[in-house]
Design a binder for this molecule. Structure first.
Ligand code: GLN
Length: 433
């Protein structure tokens, strides 16, 4: 749809990077309109994971081709292969954290509303966040610092007053915990619902090593319950598709991108023809599927059963997060601090290591067992529905030799706290290597 489209301006986040002296080296491949988890829905073909297993002596052509994850797989691959120190991506339901986990780099989804979305192609406005991928936590933290500014051009941007209130609360809390010292002030929750049957047991070894390392440093690690988690994935796909169907209505052959003129049809007006033919030709099959699903969820007959239900689940998921954290949600007047709560949550970022890609030249189907993409997001979508910050940090390799990521999640506005804990994990895991 946007093959020939050249944006007449830079996104605010790109402008901020340029102003600070960053060199923009290229655009990265991603799933079409950010819809996908494995990068198999890109017009350019899938991104191949650049990770090399220790045992791999095969040439690039002969090597196992695994997915770099999606949708921002190109960004993760660029960072993992040292083409860039830092890359941007969008994270609507996990598109930065999942590729980071598969490629063995750091990937942050900041709190919703912190980074400007001006210039971003919208997928689902109530979920979309600009995310940051980096070779280490420090690069990601510096980039976040640079990009986290109020932008009046972004209607979902959180006001300067709320930012100030949240960052002061975060700083005061971090000082109380004393993350620079012994970690005995830090309370980490392991959500029990984040170990579904789909989770590959290969992930558990590296995850346990991180937990043990944090315990050794003095942190207290406790199990917590987030009972709405099993419903989050279905709710996410209804909400994201509904918003996408409305957002993508702008690709109509008139305002943006491709236009396919069709001969006048006896039954249809020319406008309808241009619209239908443009969209049938311009969108890939996954995008078409989402538009149909989303449009259906918003029709009068389905609205209550799908869209409204999904919104109710979203509210419950949000409440799960507010109930579990020690600090109150700076965005909500009904949330209060709970002294017995935890400071951060820790869970595996993905249910498995990077899946195999179909052989070159084969059309990816997307629903073979290895490529059943929707379930890949099961551990990342809850934080997206709640709008809270989450970072995936490398936790070493699984027995198959491929990277595993763990996610640190905290209350809205506590982005610096998730990065501080990620930094501790990064440091201790590198010592273990
Ligand atoms: N895989 C999810 C989806 O396809 C998330 C994508 C994203 O975060 N952009 O909707």
């Amino acid at each position: 749809m946007l093959e020939q489209f050249q944006s007449p301006f830079d996104a605010t986040v790109v402008q901020l990077l340029r102003n600070a002296g960053a060199r923009i080296v290229g655009k990265a491949n991603c799933d079409e309109f950010g819809m996908g988890s494995l990068n198999v829905h890109s017009a350019h073909g899938p991104v191949v994971n650049p990770h090399q297993t220790a045992s791999s002596s095969a040439s690039w052509e002969e090597r196992e081709r695994r997915s770099a994850g999606g949708s921002s797989g190109g960004s993760a691959a660029a960072v993992a292969s040292s083409l860039a120190h830092v890359a941007l991506g969008t994270d609507t339901g996990g598109s930065v954290r999942l590729p980071a986990s598969y490629c063995g780099v750091v990937g942050l989804k900041p709190s919703y509303g912190l980074l400007s979305r001006w210039g971003l192609v919208s997928y689902a406005d109530s979920l979309d966040c600009v995310g940051i991928l980096g070779q280490n936590v420090q690069h990601v933290a510096q980039t976040l610092d640079l990009l986290s500014h109020y932008d009046p051009k972004d209607p979902s941007a959180v006001t300067p007053e709320t930012r100030k209130r949240a960052s002061e609360a975060c700083l005061a809390h971090a000082n109380k915990i004393d993350l620079a010292g012994k970690l005995d002030g830090l309370k980490i929750g392991i959500p029990q619902e984040y170990f579904p049957s789909e989770l590959d047991s290969k992930i558990l070894g590296p995850f346990r090593r991180v937990v043990d390392a944090l315990k050794t440093l003095g942190a207290s690690v406790v199990p917590v319950n987030m009972p709405s988690t099993p419903y989050a994935l279905s709710a996410y796909y209804v909400i994201a598709s509904a918003e996408a169907s409305s957002n993508l209505a702008r690709y109509d052959g008139i305002q943006y991108g491709l236009r396919v003129d069709a001969p006048l049809d006896a039954d249809l007006t020319k406008t309808v023809n241009v619209y239908a033919h443009t969209r049938s030709r311009g969108f890939g099959s996954e995008v078409q599927k989402r538009i149909l699903l989303g449009t259906y969820a918003l029709t009068a007959g389905a609205f209550d059963n799908y869209f409204l239900q999904a919104q109710r689940v979203r509210k419950l998921v949000r409440e799960d997060f507010d109930n579990v954290f020690r600090v109150a949600n700076p965005l909500s007047t009904s949330s209060s601090a709970s002294p017995s709560g935890v400071d951060v949550l820790l869970h595996p970022s993905a249910i498995r290591t990077a899946p195999l890609l179909p052989p070159s030249g084969c059309e990816p189907e997307g629903d073979s067992e290895d490529l059943s993409s929707y379930v890949q997001d099961v551990l990342t979508v809850p934080a997206s529905l709640a709008g809270v910050p989450a970072v995936s940090v490398p936790a070493g390799l699984a027995d198959d030799g491929w990277p595993v990521g763990v996610s640190v999640v905290s209350q809205w506005g506590y982005d610096n706290m998730v990065l501080d804990v990620a930094r501790i994990i990064e440091r201790t895991m590198s010592r273990q290597r």
